[in-house]
Design a protein around this ligand. Structure first.
Ligand code: F3S
Length: 285
């Protein structure tokens, strides 16, 4: 029996970089002086708890940041608005920026284009921390567009210039459809496709693997929407698909006829958990 782990399973480049940054900070200085992350570094309770045990505290709001007098503040991969950097600087805290470079690029585009007078349109989910961060780099009020209805209803003066960017995890096809609605309205538009393909690549690899596998194991948190999506995609190709959070949830029953077991994991699943599952299946079956 063969066990194949999808290469793109687990952390994407930006999340891995951010989590590694926190552990590096701990290694350098311990938690002396205070290490804080602005928001949980990743949507994975085990990782956040492990970091907490080592002394890393999570700041849940701007007020909590403003109340700090010393320490290092780590910015997570989603990035933050410009005024958060301003608070950190004003309070003379140490800023450790782990914003994903792909998100940083969006901040740069938004800052530049808005300062040259373009109105910023962000295609994405309003309220998502990444979108909130992007908004905060615009020198003019930014508009968030989530669906067709909002795009159809969008109204600007005919001589207004626009710059459209996207949340990194937005669906490409939907982005194109929404951009088309704006183009039809005849505005002067710059479109920056800022979608990151990490999610799409992970999904595509999982689907290809599930199509070949007799059994497929998808690992990730129950609240992780990208893991749920992975599970649904795999299930549509492979009836024997399992959705587990950790090895403890795995109740595998493999008939002798099984030749290929595929494993993939959502974007916030730590490597340690993936390895445990992989080793268990390899050793026990
Ligand atoms: Fe991950 Fe950065 Fe892409 S955080 S999903 S690699 S934009």
């Amino acid at each position: 029996m063969e066990v194949v782990l999808a290469k793109t399973s687990g952390f994407c480049f930006g999340v891995k970089r951010a989590v590694d940054t926190v552990y590096e900070q701990l290694e350098k200085n311990g938690s002396k002086g205070g290490i804080y992350t602005y928001g949980p570094i990743i949507h994975n309770e085990e990782v956040v708890k492990d970091l907490e045990k080592k002394g890393v505290k999570v700041l849940d709001s701007r007020q909590e940041l403003e109340a700090l007098d010393s320490g290092s503040v780590i910015i997570r991969s989603h990035g933050v608005s410009k005024d958060i950097y301003d608070i950190i600087e004003k309070k003379e805290l140490d800023c450790v920026d782990a914003t994903c470079p792909f998100v940083k690029r969006i901040h740069g585009i938004v800052e530049k284009e808005s300062s040259q007078g373009r109105r910023i349109v962000i295609i994405g989910n309003d309220g998502h921390p990444e979108v909130e961060g992007i908004k905060g780099w615009s020198n003019t009020p930014a508009t968030v567009i989530e669906d067709m209805q909002a795009a159809e209803n969008f109204d600007a003066k005919s001589d207004e210039k626009l710059c459209i960017v996207s949340q990194t995890t937005f669906n490409y096809k939907k982005f194109q459809d929404l951009v088309e609605i704006f183009q039809k309205k005849g505005y002067d538009i710059i479109v920056a496709n800022t979608i990151c393909n990490a999610t799409e690549e992970r999904q595509k690899e999982a689907v290809d693997l599930a199509a070949k596998a007799d059994v497929m194991i998808v690992i990730g948190g129950t609240h992780s929407s990208n893991t749920r999506k992975l599970y649904e995609l795999c299930k549509s190709k492979c009836e024997g698909t399992y959705y587990i959070q950790t090895l403890a949830d795995l109740k595998l029953d493999l008939p002798n006829s099984v030749e290929l077991v595929g494993i993939t994991a959502g974007a916030s699943t730590p490597n340690k958990i993936i390895e445990e599952v992989q080793n268990y299946v390899r050793i026990n079956f």
